[in-house]
Design a protein around this ligand. Structure first.
Ligand code: ZN
Ligand code: ZN
Length: 380
């Protein structure tokens, strides 16, 4: 007998192994790829007939179909072309696998977990006409053999778009419930959110329905007061749709939701990291405490190209700048101010008395109040 046959017969004499585990263990000796068929052949040759379960895997391969039917149920109606599979297996499986490998000095074969996951993936691929990939799959499946459960998670979808806000009194962000601060209570129907309309709520609704996702997270390019309008090309935003069921749906370029309209909508591959610099054209109606004359307003000329210092913000926003300033008196105690400036400058603090320097109220020595702030355009 060849020395490798000698070892194989020794293994199979001492341990009861299933066809899968036998195929895997002997593959290296006989220089053939591991397969159930290979295992069958060697069990016939050297194995003992036995009703005992496989020493390594306790016949776990027989449970695959049960686990898979549990998984297939969850994949019903899901769009995906690629997936990856993770397994949770009791450590004792790997320990018994290692014990045999070290006892018979077997190296360079896949372990029981790999073998099991490869076998399952093969079946999932065939059934769902999809491909297993390790890197960034559209679907991630976790099969837990400890408690015979499975969970699935899909890759988020990223959407870019812009919104125009055509009505006042609509906040940008959804607010946490005032009674429970977002934890969930009877007042908020356990949603943790105030039951009021917001731009965030409207966009989230549209995208959750479209892609059948769980939740939408929005990354805004700047923000505005609930009383401000957003005109021109609109304010850009990036949305991340978590756990979408449908990823092939067509997203129309524009969409009209009550009070806001969306444009330039498109799916993108990744969301940009960090904050994105932008500039805004803003038009502000300012009320003054004392009467204002055009000659006083000329003092504001020094604001052109001025750097804005806001002590309430971190160092990163130190370089915010005003590029252009235009003004026009409207009445005895009001004027209009048009700014072209870096995004992220707190307009109200820049005009009303505050720690922000330079400051419009300070320059005019006249207490100013913003009656209306509208965004004419936002440039990224
Ligand atoms: Zn086995
Ligand atoms: Zn609440």
């Amino acid at each position: 007998m060849k020395p490798e046959s000698d070892t194989i017969s020794k293994i199979l004499e001492n341990y009861n192994l299933c066809e899968y585990c036998t195929g895997r263990i002997v593959s290296k000796f006989v220089r053939k790829p591991t397969s159930k068929l290979l295992g069958k052949k060697y069990i016939k040759k050297f194995g003992k007939l036995s009703d005992n379960k496989c020493y390594i895997c306790k016949n776990i391969f027989d449970d695959i179909d049960f686990m898979l039917s549990n998984i297939y149920e969850k994949l019903y109606n899901l769009d995906f072309k690629t997936f990856n599979l993770g397994l949770i297996l009791k450590n004792s499986f790997l320990e018994r696998d290692d014990l045999i490998k070290s006892k018979f000095k077997i190296k360079g074969i896949e372990n029981i977990k790999f073998a099991l996951s490869r076998e399952m993936s093969k079946k999932i691929s065939r059934r769902t006409k999809s491909k297993r990939i390790m890197n960034d799959p559209e679907l991630f499946i976790q099969a837990n053999f400890k408690d015979e459960s499975s969970t699935i998670r899909t890759k988020p979808i990223f959407v870019y778009g812009r919104y125009n806000k055509n009505i006042r009194k609509l906040p940008q962000k959804h607010m946490s419930c005032k009674s429970c601060h977002g934890i969930g209570c009877h007042n908020c129907n356990f949603k943790g959110l105030e039951n009021i309309e917001s731009i965030e709520g409207k966009i989230s609704n549209l995208l959750t329905k479209k892609f059948e996702g769980n939740q939408v997270k929005i990354n805004w390019i700047g923000g505005e007061d609930q009383s401000s309008l957003v005109l021109g090309n609109g304010r850009p935003f990036f949305a991340k749709i978590l756990n979408p069921k449908k990823r092939n749906r067509i997203l129309r370029k524009s969409s009209n939701l009550e009070g806001i309209s969306l444009s330039e909508l498109k799916k993108i591959l990744v969301q940009p990291k960090g904050s994105i610099p932008f500039k805004s054209k803003v038009s502000i109606i300012v009320d003054t405490e004392k009467p204002i004359l055009l000659t006083y307003l000329k003092k504001l000329d020094i604001l052109e190209n001025a750097k804005i210092h806001d002590p309430s913000k971190d160092k990163k926003s130190l370089n915010k700048q005003i590029y252009q300033i235009r003004y026009k008196t409207l009445g005895k105690t009001s004027f209009r101010l048009d700014l072209f400036a870096d995004g992220g400058i707190h307009i109200k603090s820049f005009i009303q008395s505050s720690d922000v320097t330079p400051n419009v109220s300070g320059l005019l020595q006249n207490r100013c109040n913003c009656r209306k702030i509208d965004f004419k355009n936002i440039i990224v």
